[in-house]
Design a protein around this ligand. Structure first.
Ligand SMILES: *Cc1c(COP(=O)(O)O)cnc(C)c1O
Length: 375
């Protein structure tokens, strides 16, 4: 660390991205990226005209992109805010709506960025424990006295709550904002965007990084009432008014308009996901149901950490979390059918070579240390 880093930030840790080593070719299923390329329509927007106009700043309002989102959800364009990835939109939201206003509450097991942002921005953060089975206790988020931030479906668990539950939470917190992060909504949940007519304290965030196969282009959007969207523009104007570049705007617009392709990719992922889930259950693993493009499971016969390391040796990158409650679990994104066949074969190879007797499934509450030593 340099000498000039502010003391305020010195001891704060950023978000840990899924690793991306370059020493060999890996099957990379640790960041929930789509294994499929973007829509063919996306490839067509890369015209000479788009490239020769790179001397100009992009449209700061992302007019065409926000219109494409508005058309998809049958809402008004004033209700849409786009920026370069949903992470930065989350950052704006936490700052704009959380600072000086009690911060946000969110589950103890969820997208780690929520805590990272809260810590960096010096916001109050209330972590509410999920139930033992990792489901969300909806009552915990009713009248909780602060803003609410929920990923639905949740990550890394893959579990979801219903639209009725979202509505109940919004109704029970009339003087606070309820943010629903729908990064995985296309893989098995209904969007709560239609609730916006009735719930004026609701703000929905989505990304084109997962179901629209555009993680590299960095595009996310927020949907809420026009007033909240104006507030986000005010935040953006203070940080990076032209953040979303013109190439990404054009790519995102084309991807948003190709609903058929998105459904086709999502359909393939869901079919593969259910096959892989069945295969893991057959191996005695404890696998949560999934409404996303990943599976969250507890291996049997070796620790999650051991499986993560062994798979890396085998050229497969999965996500292991060295943190309380979930250190006995692996999060594995769903790749192509062929990739997942390979991954299952690698898992079997690892299981065969790990001669230790089958360990009993340990409760997610067991401390990491005991679990790892026991294996
Ligand atoms: C992937 C993910 C995001 C981030 O998406 P970007 O648009 O790529 O920044 C946000 N929230 C959750 C829950 C995610 O899993």
């Amino acid at each position: 660390m340099g000498r000039f880093m502010s003391r305020y930030f010195r001891d704060k840790e950023g978000y840990h991205l899924g690793e991306a080593p370059k020493d060999r070719t890996y099957i990379k299923i640790n960041a929930n990226e789509s294994p499929y390329p973007p829509s063919p329509a996306v490839l067509e927007v890369l015209t000479e005209k788009l490239l020769t106009t790179q001397n100009l700043y992009a449209d700061p309002k992302s007019t065409e992109l926000t219109q494409a989102v508005a058309d998809y959800y049958h809402i008004r364009q004033e209700q849409v805010f786009a920026d370069s990835g949903s992470d930065v939109i989350l950052a704006y939201c936490l700052l704009a709506f959380g600072s000086g206003r009690g911060g946000f509450c969110f589950p103890d097991v969820t997208y780690n960025f929520y805590k990272t942002f809260s810590t960096f921005f010096g916001l109050q953060a209330q972590e509410i424990p999920l139930k033992e089975d990792f489901s969300i206790c909806v009552d915990d988020y009713c009248n909780c006295g602060c803003n609410v931030l929920l990923a639905n479906p949740n990550a890394p668990t893959g579990l979801k709550i219903s639209l009725a539950d979202v509505e109940r939470i919004a109704a029970a917190n009339p003087n606070h904002l309820v943010i629903i992060d729908e990064a995985y909504v296309d893989y098995g949940n209904e969007s709560c965007v239609p609730l916006l007519d009735r719930c004026h304290n609701l703000l929905v965030i989505q990304t084109l990084s997962k179901s629209r196969s555009l993680a590299g282009a960095r595009i996310g959007f927020a949907i809420s009432c026009a007033e909240n969207i104006e507030d986000l523009f005010q935040m953006k104007a203070a940080f990076n008014p032209d953040s979303i570049n013109s190439i990404s705007q054009a790519l995102g617009c084309a991807a948003m308009r190709d609903t058929a392709y998105m459904h086709q990719c999502v359909g393939k992922i869901i079919r593969t996901r259910e096959k892989v889930r069945t295969a893991l259950l057959q191996r005695g693993f404890h696998v949560l149901e999934s409404h996303t493009n990943f599976l969250f499971f507890e291996p049997v016969g070796l620790s999650a950490q051991a499986l993560y390391l062994a798979l890396k040796q085998e050229g497969v990158l999965v996500r292991y979390y060295d943190q309380p409650r979930i250190c006995t679990y692996i999060r594995m994104s769903i790749g192509t059918e062929e990739q997942m066949r390979t991954v299952l074969a690698k898992i079997d190879k690892v299981l065969l070579h790990c001669c230790k007797p089958r360990a009993a499934i340990v409760s997610p509450y067991a401390s990491c240390q005991t679990r790892i030593e026991a294996n």
